[in-house]
Write a protein that binds this ligand. Structure first.
Ligand SMILES: Nc1ncnc2c1ncn2[C@@H]1O[C@H](COP(=O)(O)OP(=O)(O)OP(=O)(O)O)[C@@H](O)[C@H]1O
Length: 268
């Protein structure tokens, strides 16, 4: 069951004349930690949204094992969205609710309409939520208002909430872009732990090459909607980086192979 590859074949999405994702083909084995890098507007976000069907493709296909993800409808589509949890740069928590309740909302997809409205959760679900908070070092914050937490803590709450879906794939769209380095490290460590300990496949969009190098088994670089590079961190040499970001982008990098925390500017 867990041995299913996620396979994108000629996956495309246009917005008017813009080819946001342009014939992307990727085979992602289960349990891989994949970093997606590339300049602003390269199509990274659209690709993750295509995978969990927040955005519909204009061409190509997505398969998970034998399942044609692009054809899923109704209940099967809802199940797919549970299988691939998504976390966002802006956390997407309900700030006025406490942390524990926010984490429990990760279970709402399993509930009927009425019990969702009443936010009624079982003891087993509460135990799951507390276990997730323990893993993410957030038990002391459990009864605090989510909006009162630091950005890094809020992102860890978002990860705990995502874990309550019991996903098989974790999609993370620039999860550390608005965090300071210390909090960014804790969030990346949390993603690494669920990848290693739970065997979840992780696909994470990143703006910083050094983070991608430090955490990912595989780096996929996009530009103009296309894949420019697909390989290991060691294969991502300065020449390859120049191809991905162009010479303008490269000027922001330390020429050493272990560059850089600089955000790469948009390339026209
Ligand atoms: N809903 C939309 N409507 C119109 N154009 C869109 C939409 N979503 C994305 N695009 C365009 O598609 C292209 C790819 O955008 P996308 O957000 O996927 O890139 P990205 O690599 O994630 O960029 P960033 O790093 O800045 O988030 C861009 O040109 C963007 O303007």
């Amino acid at each position: 069951m867990e041995q299913q590859h996620l396979i994108l074949t000629d996956l495309s999405r246009s917005f008017g004349a813009t080819k946001a994702v342009d014939r992307v083909t990727l085979d992602i084995p289960p349990g891989q930690f994949v970093g997606i890098i590339g300049p602003s507007g390269a199509g990274k976000s659209t690709m993750l949204r295509l995978i969990n069907r927040l955005v519909e493709p204009t061409g190509g296909s997505i398969h998970h094992g034998a399942t044609d993800v692009t054809a899923l409808r109704g209940r099967a589509l809802r199940q797919w969205r549970r299988d691939c949890a998504m976390i966002f740069q802006q956390f997407n928590l309900i700030e006025r609710l406490d942390v524990l309740t926010n984490v429990l909302t990760g279970r709402l997809a399993e509930h009927g309409f009425l019990s969702s409205m009443a936010m009624r959760f079982s003891d087993a679900e509460r135990a799951m939520a507390i276990q997730a908070l323990e893993r993410l070092d957030l038990v002391p914050q459990a009864l605090k208002r989510a909006g009162a937490l630091s950005g890094g803590q809020q992102q860890r709450v978002a990860i705990a909430k995502a874990l309550l879906q019991r996903p098989r794939i974790m999609l993370a769209d620039e999860p550390i872009a608005s965090l300071d380095p210390g909090n960014a490290t804790r969030v990346m460590e949390a993603l690494r732990s669920i990848n290693r300990d739970d065997g979840l496949t992780v696909l994470v969009n990143l703006h910083t090459l050094d983070t991608a190098r430090a955490y990912c088994h595989r780096i996929v670089a996009m530009r103009f909607g296309r894949i420019m590079f697909d390989g290991t961190p060691a294969q991502l040499t300065p020449d390859v980086v120049r191809d991905i970001y162009g010479s303008e982008g490269l000027a922001h990098f330390d020429e050493g192979v272990t560059s850089t925390a600089a955000r790469v500017p948009a390339l026209a």
